[in-house]
Design a protein around this ligand. Structure first.
Ligand SMILES: C[S@@+](CC[C@H](N)C(=O)[O-])C[C@H]1O[C@@H](n2cnc3c(N)ncnc32)[C@H](O)[C@@H]1O
Length: 222
């Protein structure tokens, strides 16, 4: 594809996604199953097991309303949440404007496929539901931009949707496909350490309607 044409395709994919998310977050009726799902148990476990360092800086990529970023700030981490949607960033800022985390918590409107977040050489990165919503043509930009701000050895916890549309939970073929794609996408930047099939829906409401099948990937910055 000629360079100009490629840029146009990328820009058009980017602005379509921006419009979609801005419109969604601006709508008072927006209530996808994943909204309000709380802190994933794997985030808590990664901290308790020592897979996450006990101090440092955290980047929540596609932070939505910012609960994960806020949770880390309350634990004393320098914590940054970024999202493509200015409305949800405004919401996150006003919902988490507490004195105790004032100097630890930041939210910024950033399209991760377009530019890098504020560079703190992050030690922990969380992506729950962002990468899997990015158009394939923009994924290399996502990887470039998060890699640029990740410290060597940084830990990335990535949650992606899987086993939907009739596929059984932990279907071997599908799991293998996600593993291969993840390895390929992050090749040369992050190494895949382990993965599992998991629920990426609510961590508090165990009702069937609030469960969302997916996979979790544990990656480390090279
Ligand atoms: C499925 S939601 C998940 C929100 C939050 N991480 C959670 O677990 O509740 C995906 C989020 O990624 C954001 N997002 C999508 N594309 C993005 C991009 N290119 N750059 C930054 N954020 C993006 C959306 O606005 C949305 O808030």
């Amino acid at each position: 594809m000629a360079d100009n044409n490629k840029k146009e395709v990328e820009e058009s994919a980017r602005s379509a996604r921006r419009l979609y998310w801005e419109k969604s977050w601006d709508d008072d009726e927006f209530s996808p199953i994943w909204r309000g799902r709380g802190i994933a148990t794997q985030v808590v476990d990664s901290l308790e097991s020592g897979w996450f360092p006990s101090t440092g800086s955290v980047l929540d990529i596609g932070c939505g309303e910012g609960v994960i970023a806020q949770w880390f700030a309350k634990l004393g981490y320098q914590s940054v949440g970024i999202d493509i949607s200015q409305s949800v960033i405004d919401k996150a800022r006003s919902e988490h404007a507490e004195e105790s985390t004032k100097d630890l918590l930041e939210f910024h409107a950033v399209d991760i496929t377009e530019s890098s977040p504020p560079d703190k050489q992050y030690n922990i990165l969380i992506d729950r539901g962002c990468l899997h919503s990015i158009p394939p043509v923009l994924i290399k930009n996502y990887v470039k931009n998060i890699s640029a701000v990740s410290a060597k050895g940084a830990r990335l916890l990535l949650f992606v949707r899987a086993f939907r549309d009739g596929a059984s939970f932990n279907n071997e073929m599908e799991a293998k496909k996600h593993v291969q794609v993840t390895q390929k996408v992050f090749a040369g930047q992050f190494q895949l350490k382990r993965y599992a099939a998991t629920n990426i829906g609510s961590s508090t409401d165990k009702s069937k309607e609030k469960q969302l099948p997916g996979m979790i990937f544990y990656l480390e910055k090279l």
